[in-house]
Design a protein around this ligand. Structure first.
Ligand code: 13P
Ligand code: SF4
Length: 359
């Protein structure tokens, strides 16, 4: 079982034996039984920063998904090794933007004269190869915590939000659209979707020339499941409900919510809430359950009737963690995430541009 006391004991023992040689990072969507071993927890932005905080740790064990471990490898020194306890912990959204498709899209946009005043911005939830693409094409990375600041920075490179420059945004169309429309006051019509299976992404050259945001056709399979009807139904049942959702949700869901933000933002909002207040949270279920358990004085609803875990985040469990830690104790380094030097250098440019943005 996930909370098998023998396994918990073994994980604790191995972690203790490794001491300062190991640094364990845990994303907020990880299971409780994994989070208990994390030295730090955070959203993807905080974890990217935190990964750099223990230069003396030989091993960084990343309890999260593949793209986060890649970013940790890029941001930490070459002699620190990043370990992902289960290599199958990927992200379906990151997989939706294949670097070859992205290069092909960029070449097509160049042919119709659109790349000159276009800045590519990729969400953290993407491969290192896509971050590298943004690094070498004057672009940057963003996370759900800083998407607005990153987009403003990008538009400033090409004449400002009020100008006629563009952003090509990967891979999450929802984060891109929600940020442009709700934070930058753009119109829905300013956004077009790029479908990599169609010529010109399914657009006319005229539509591409007129667009301000070109949104890669990607989404998060967890957050795409929330519907506006879920919000309407709960509001009808629970008076004085505050609805808080992650910006990976569809635009009409985010528009119908009261608050929107990253996992870290959601946690802070619930922590700051008055006792007796009522909340509906639209994000991954491990986090919502943890918040509900930690705040019994607040009424916390999950914004969906069916179970909504991120299946790849959930691949990391205590058995995998025990295996990874005991291997390290035994002198083997399993499941290392190693980004090749050129990709690393170019991706680091894009990540550093993000980390230099004002908070
Ligand atoms: P944040 O960690 O930025 O809130 O993003 C959520 C997510 O989907 C991570 O995979
Ligand atoms: Fe990817 Fe969505 Fe899972 Fe995050 S929650 S790792 S974006 S599939």
């Amino acid at each position: 079982s996930p909370s098998d006391p023998d396994l918990v004991e073994r994980a604790l023992k191995a972690k203790e034996a490794l001491g300062d040689r190991v640094f364990i990072l845990g994303h907020h969507y990880q299971r409780d039984e994994v989070i208990q071993f994390a030295d730090v927890t955070g959203d993807s932005f905080k974890l990217a920063r935190d990964a750099q905080n223990r230069p003396e740790a030989e091993f960084i064990v990343f309890c999260g998904v593949h793209f986060m471990a890649e970013s940790a490898d890029i941001l930490t020194s070459d002699d620190q090794q990043v370990v992902l306890p289960d290599m199958a912990a990927g992200c379906s959204m990151a997989d939706m933007a294949d670097i070859n498709q992205v290069e092909d899209a960029w070449a097509q946009l160049a042919e119709v004269g659109v790349t000159e005043r276009t800045i590519p911005i990729t969400y953290m939830n993407s491969t290192a190869a896509l971050k590298a693409f943004c690094g070498r094409n004057n672009g940057a990375v963003c996370t759900s915590s800083n998407a607005e600041v990153a987009l403003r920075w990008a538009f400033d490179q090409v004449g400002g939000v009020e100008g006629d420059g563009k952003v090509f945004f990967f891979p999450d169309q929802h984060l891109g659209r929600n940020t442009a429309v709700l934070k930058l006051a753009m119109d829905l019509d300013d956004c077009v979707v790029w479908d990599p299976r169609k010529p010109l992404g399914g657009n006319t050259p005229e539509a591409l020339a007129a667009a301000r945001m070109i949104l890669w056709k990607g989404h998060c399979s967890v957050h795409a499941r929330f519907r506006k009807e879920n919000i309407d139904k709960l509001r009808a049942e629970v008076p004085d409900l505050t609805v808080i959702v992650h910006p990976e949700c569809a635009h009409e869901v985010v528009a119908a919510a009261d608050m929107v933000g990253s996992t870290e933002y959601i946690i802070k909002a619930i922590e700051a809430a008055e006792p007796g207040t009522k909340w509906a949270i639209g994000t991954e279920l491990n986090l919502v359950r943890r918040l509900a358990n930690a705040h019994p004085d607040k009424e916390i609803h999950f914004l969906e009737d069916t179970v909504c875990f991120c299946s790849t985040m959930n691949r990391i469990d205590v058995p995998h963690l025990v295996w990874a830690l005991e291997s390290l104790v035994a002198g083997e380094v399993p499941n290392t995430i190693v980004v090749d030097p050129q990709t690393q250098a170019e991706a680091k440019v894009a990540l550093d541009r993000m980390l230099a943005l004002p908070a």
